[in-house]
Write a protein that binds this ligand. Structure first.
Ligand code: AMP
Length: 255
């Protein structure tokens, strides 16, 4: 299963990605976490990304695309993955499609967490409080001013992905303002019904078929059904002719 979680910072992508990863035993791939690890290890990528991330801007596409290209080939991603924070631009989405297509794969679903931006600031404050309470270091970009920049980057560069994925019929939108468990439950239902995700029409929940509706027979089967009927009509006509011939013969013998 290959999923993308889409949503502004603080929408709960990380939490939901972690749950999906555990439930479906797929890899959680967070470009934010990978970049933070690169910054902490002062790798060449980390050195390049540090200031950009601290300003709340996006790291250049080629850098993150290269990270993901390498990461999705790792053995732990073979069963599938949930992408958290990638893609963030249309160019990244197109690169991902190419990378998957090269291996005969495609995304199963893109889950958009819809949230009220005004509440996000409060969520980030809560996250900062919880991180401090655990005695962990607070993210440099979990700051009200940087958050404004991250939200602006989301609106301008990432939000167009909603239309991009809607056009491909893989987008499913979820109310990200509900409780964490409720959001997980809705996502769980969506992920369990890939046919619905792919945009195929289904009867509304609780009703499998409209009352009195006829069972829909696929076109191919309808055609062969027609042929079978015609063949059986032909066989019946043959039987009737043969019986008539037999009767005429036995009548002649009796005479
Ligand atoms: P996140 O933890 O997903 O909120 O990401 C933290 C920061 O890492 C972002 O504000 C960006 O600076 C950078 N980043 C993460 N993922 C990407 C991406 N796909 N494209 C560009 N920059 C990214």
């Amino acid at each position: 299963m290959r999923l993308v979680l889409l949503g502004p910072p603080g929408a709960g992508k990380g939490t939901q990605a972690e749950r999906l990863s555990q439930r479906h035993r797929i890899a959680r791939l967070s470009t934010g976490d990978m970049l933070r690890a690169a910054v902490a290890a002062a790798t060449p990528i980390g050195v390049k990304a540090k200031d950009i991330m601290e300003r709340g801007e996006l790291v250049p596409d080629p850098v993150v695309i290269a990270i993901i290209a390498e990461r999705i080939q790792q053995p732990d991603a073979a069963r599938g993955f949930v992408l958290d924070g990638f893609p963030r631009t249309v160019a990244q989405a197109e690169a991902l499609e190419r990378l998957l297509a090269q291996r005969g794969l495609k995304l199963d679903a893109v889950i958009e967490l819809k949230v009220d931006e005004r509440i996000l600031l409060r969520r980030i404050e809560t996250r900062v409080g919880e991180t401090k309470a655990r005695g962990e270091a607070v993210r440099a970009d979990d700051d009200p001013e940087v958050l404004k920049q991250r939200l602006s980057a989301y609106r301008v560069q990432t939000a167009p992905l909603v239309d991009h994925y809607r056009a491909k019929s893989v987008l499913r939108s979820v109310d990200g303002m509900a409780s964490i468990d409720e959001v997980s439950e809705v996502i769980g239902r969506l992920v369990a019904r890939p046919a619905e995700i792919a945009g195929s029409r289904k009867a509304p929940k609780g009703r499998t078929k409209a009352r009195g509706a006829r069972r829909k027979v696929p076109k191919a089967r309808r055609a062969s059904h027609g042929k079978r009927k015609a063949a059986s009509r032909g066989a019946k006509a043959k039987r009737v002719r043969r019986t008539a011939v037999r009767r005429r013969k036995s009548a002649r013998v009796r005479r």
